[in-house]
Design a protein around this ligand. Sequence first.
Ligand code: S3P
Length: 446
Amino acid sequence: MSHKSPQPLVSYKSGALSGDIVPPGDKSISHRAVMLGGLAEGKTSVSGLLEGEDVLCTVAALRELGATITKDPDHIWHIQGVGLGKLKAPAKILDMGNSGTAARLLMGILAGCDFTSRMTGDASLCKRPMSRVILPLTQMGASFTTTDSRMPLHLTGSSHLKPMTYRLPVASAQVKSAILLAGLSAEGITTVIESAPTRDHSENMLRHFGANVTVTKQPDGTEAVSVTGHPRLSGQNIIVPADISSAAFPLVAALLRPESRVSLRNVGINPRRAGLIESLQEMGAKITLSNRRDQGGEPVADIIAEGSALRGVTIPAERAPSMIDEYPILAVAAGCATGPTRLLGLGELRVKESDRLALIAEGLKSCGVKVEIDGDNLTIHGTGAQPVGGATIATAMDHRIAMSFLVLGGATEQPVTIDDGSFIATSFPAFVETMNGLGLKITVNR
Ligand code: S3P
């Protein structure tokens, strides 16, 4: 299990933000590029890969499983894949760090391998529910040894899994992806039915590498995603767009400071990820998208965010999958808006890197914002005045809670301190430098 020393950070009220940046590479797409590159035959090259700790865990795991992965001085990553069915048994425990995506997607791949693997993670990851992937992968023929369906675990796979049709009990792209990746090693067609559309990066990238993936709309409005087993996957060139989930922090920071203008270039705007933009625009945010284009099968655009007067709105539960990682920063925006914002259907936030629903509510309250939790719904009573701030926020090993409250500190009367910024490196390693470069004032709290 990995350990880190805590790094408290403090964020002070700032003036207008300005600048032009390319946010770090998309974390979801980066994990998938490394995993499929490792599984495919031949060479894959990846530019724009997120060099954050989460993705580096995936890189280390694929190396341990036999892929050769190197990086050029100009940050192009080269992966020599081993070919489907040819990964080798890992000698070491696979340590997935803080990353649920790395752990769950890799379980899907390992379910299709004729050997036993051991997997662990940090204290946050070892608390997260894994039964959501263990159950379907067991039905397909993999076997798991765990305590309480959590990590650390042992997993024994088979290259001749049973195909199945599985209806997702939760809206989760991680679970969908784990099953589709296991489906690569199944005898026939594996289908996942999802009632709410979740991010489709696995489907897009599997097709790109040569797998047969189809999507059929069902009469009841749900979607069935199918993959045919034992495809020939061949190495590809991948360009990873900037991560909208990371762009969200400078974007909201700019909205919260009058006279700000920040450009965010090359950001992935896949409609299944872009719920935050729609939500903020409904709140009155001045956000402009330009130069829309397709980059390696994913839509991207340049985004300009300007200082805006935000107002409270209601965000429907159906939108949650398209902005599931953005609720902490949206809640910060809502805390600075005028009028109540109601965020509905947030149950999944309880099982992220932390119990985000609880931490958002506690953090905002300690900064002087009135909030209410009612079941899976959260109401944030922004008054339009700058929140007081002045609190120390518990981040519970959660990078997005840490970054969100540092952004809040840029707009509160008193500075906001976070107890530990070290986990920011999982997804946005240069966050502090980038935000300070735009005009925020974040320092190490000594
Ligand atoms: C991800 C899916 C989401 C998201 C996570 C990344 C992915 O999780 O929260 O950060 O890359 O598939 P769920 O699909 O479990 O909601």
